[in-house]
Design a protein around this ligand. Structure first.
Ligand SMILES: Nc1ncnc2c1ncn2[C@@H]1O[C@H](COP(=O)(O)OP(=O)(O)OP(=O)(O)O)[C@@H](O)[C@H]1O
Ligand SMILES: [Mg+2]
Length: 391
């Protein structure tokens, strides 16, 4: 490598280090890292696999050449190059992966990308492995030890930046969570105080106890929703994808929600176009999304209203819509719906909820490479539409 290019690469490395330290959102940060890695190593593509210490698994998070279906694909620790890098905490440079028995073929199939040569470097902070950075196929010639050294410098910076975004997001989320705990805790506190007063009748006592019960229930859902969201935001969630019939899932969710719909005399209907009846997704997480959207469509509806769920194909996208005949959402509040803890003005007193459901839905759908859209008319109703890319 001539001196000119070497200097250029160092310059890029310094530039990116500065840049990384100032990015506090995980996804944009990871994309910057892989783009920098690809440029610095003059490679065709680059990717990051994150390591989940709890399940001892690696999974794809971002790649410069990754289709939406790739995200979350897990790679075994045994019998994969990335797994070797994690276990040995050392970089690995390979001229031809097809001759290497550590190469995990499943990736090549899902990626529809032919990998030839590769460098994998561990992302390590304070003895902890957060993941693996890989560059694939040198644009001309072979990867060199220089490439490996530069990538190791980049990966050290990148690992710290990844940990920082996680800590930052966690502290942000925890602050909001603690704030949300205050109201239910204050009600329980007042309620117990009232219960101890001698002049309370047994009927009043019963009502106060019911109040305590509903507030503690709220705290329980708040805690489990909070954990779901924290996991999604830290990028540590794994999506276990499989192909299954969409109609089955929707019918299943409809039955689960039927009793609640009946209470308010709300009619539920499901219609799936035949060509839309196969979905490739994480079944349980998808179910969580569908349940929250149906639950919202019932909660924020009027008695005697309706909820209709439709699924169809539009080009290469699978669309699933949830339309209700409910309150509708004011236009200036629609853009806030997917913010954590956000609830439309006035609803917090009428209907129980944490304001986390839609944030979780959005996280899950984005994890599948899709998006959720909302249209609403005040007094007429609201439609949430999920767009999922299909292979
Ligand atoms: N179908 C809908 N019609 C009208 N408003 C809605 C609808 N869905 C959601 N909203 C509004 O958006 C807010 C956020 O919804 P989200 O699902 O995130 O939280 P939640 O329903 O309040 O709580 P949780 O889902 O934890 O029970 C709701 O509080 C409600 O004000
Ligand atoms: Mg909800």
């Amino acid at each position: 490598m001539d001196n000119e290019t070497r200097i250029q690469r160092y310059r890029r490395l310094i530039e990116i280090s500065r840049d990384l330290a100032s990015t506090l959102d995980l996804d944009p940060l990871l994309y910057r890292i892989i783009e920098a890695a690809r440029d610095i190593a003059n490679a065709q593509a680059s990717s990051i696999l994150l390591y989940d210490d709890a399940s001892k698994q690696l999974f794809f998070q971002v790649a410069t050449n990754m289709g939406p279906l790739m995200r979350g694909l897990s790679v075994p620790l045994e019998g994969s190059i990335a797994g070797w890098v994690v276990a040995n905490r050392q970089p690995l440079r390979i001229g031809d992966v097809n001759k290497d028995n550590r190469y995990f073929k499943n990736v090549a199939q899902t990626l529809s990308f032919e990998t030839q040569s590769l460098i994998g470097v561990p992302l390590i902070t304070k003895e902890k492995v957060v993941g693996v950075l890989e560059v694939l196929n040198k644009n001309n010639g072979e990867f060199t030890s220089d490439d490996e050294d530069l990538l190791s410098v980049l990966s050290a910076q990148a690992a710290i930046a990844i940990e920082n975004t996680r800590l930052f997001q966690q502290s942000d989320l925890i602050a909001e969570f603690v704030h949300e705990l205050r109201n239910p805790l204050a009600s329980v506190n007042t309620a117990t105080y009232l219960l101890l007063r001698p002049e309370i009748s047994s009927e009043q006592g019963r009502q106060i106890i019911q109040n305590i019960q509903s507030e503690t229930m709220r705290l329980t859902t708040l805690a489990s929703s909070f954990l779901d969201l924290a996991r999604l935001e830290s990028g540590r969630v794994q999506f276990q994808k499989s192909a299954f019939p969409l109609d089955g899932l929707l019918q299943d969710c409809k039955s689960i929600m039927q009793a609640r719909a009946d209470e308010s005399h709300i009619a539920l209907s499901v219609q799936v176009a035949p060509e839309a009846d196969i979905i490739e997704a994480d079944h349980d997480k998808m179910k969580q999304v569908v349940l929250n959207l149906i639950s919202n469509a019932i909660k924020y509806n009027r008695p005697g209203g309706s909820v209709s769920i439709l699924a169809w194909m539009a080009g290469k996208d699978l669309l699933i819509s949830f339309s209700d005949s409910g309150f509708g959402i004011p236009e200036d509040e629609i853009s806030h719906l997917f913010q954590k803890f956000y609830r439309v003005r006035g609803t917090e007193h009428k209907v129980m909820g944490t304001g986390l459901g839609l944030s979780i839905c959005k996280g899950i759908i984005q994890g599948h490479g899709g998006r959720i859209e909302v249209t609403s008319k005040l007094g007429e109703g609201t439609t949430f539409t999920i767009h999922l890319p299909r292979k």
